[in-house]
Design a protein around this ligand. Sequence first.
Ligand code: NAP
Ligand code: ZN
Length: 348
Amino acid sequence: MIQAKGYAVQSAESKFEPFNFERRELGANDVLIEIQYCGICHSDIHQVRNEWQNSTYPMVPGHEIVGRIKQVGAEVSKFKEGDIAGVGCFVDSCRACENCADDFEQFCQKHLVLTYNSTEMDEKTPTFGGYSNQIVVDENYALKVSAEQNLANVAPLLCAGITTYSPLKRFGVGKGQKVGIVGLGGLGHMGVKLAVSMGADVTVFSTSPSKEQDARNLGAHNFVVTKDPENLAPLAGKFDFVLDTVSAAHDLNMYLNLLRTHGSMVIVGVPDKPAEVHAFSIIGNNRTLAGSLIGGIAETQEMLDYCAANNITSDVEIIPIQQIEEAYERTIKADVRYRFVIDMQTLA
Ligand code: NAP
Ligand code: ZN
């Protein structure tokens, strides 16, 4: 086995502590990645604190992983030693079901192997994520990352990037469309950059008045403070598409009301509590309310290539791993500009 070290929590109430564990020996199709950076997604926080009631411990979170290939298995063809690679939210799936065959591995009908808080295909061996020094992954579930971009800024693309790119593409967001992004955090700020790059007219809906200038610097054309619902009234029926990235329970109806005829709102945020949707919020204007979960491997690669070609990365605050707790507290307070990324060299 390969010895690995990282940071783990032992329960929903405990703090992070250094943790030694084992990665599997390299199989013929595996690559060993020396992790350089790992983003902190709000999903890490939800799972560390068992807010989705599906957590297993010890847990080493982290699914926005970028690093250098240290070693390749005998049959690996996609990577060679020294290449830069990324790992996102999942590391294996059955590769045979309808969804896997259609490049929607995230909906594998047999078993999706999430990067952490999950089990391998044997449904027994626990998986450990990217708050660690190295990871062994099947080459088919690792992404090619351009060495031209700043790797700390690329790491968040592996989750925040694909989670916002996928619904924008699926709903055909483009020139001439009015798009709303609700919540300016890790996902939200990527949603703004991507929607702007696709030619949309973008409005940010935020609870944080202090983020207005940042939103405009990210390319947003308009900024609306949502604490006073009156601010939304003049915008009713004006939007083609709204992407809701909010991590805590909130009223969906006020954002659905922004949609014009046949407009769509996609939920990607996963608050711990369910939301109430009034039928009138969707029957009016024949609106669509939809959801979206990350993206398959092919689409994730497409997104990384798109971001490299369009010079898009995440705005990050790089932290040493010893500051995870503080980073979590600040993320919960919506005080992150706009993604915390752990520099794995600080893992002594
Ligand atoms: P984040 O960086 O914490 O951003 C969330 C933003 O939501 C905050 O910055 C804040 O923006 C807003 N917000 C927070 N609390 C709020 C409240 N009580 N009322 C209204 N707005 C509030 O989180 P993230 O990493 O972007 O993740 C966002 C959500 O998406 C999480 O629930 C996460 O689990 C989920 N997620 C889903 C997928 C998927 O595949 N569907 C993938 C990754 C993450 P303002 O300051 O602008 O208001
Ligand atoms: Zn994530």
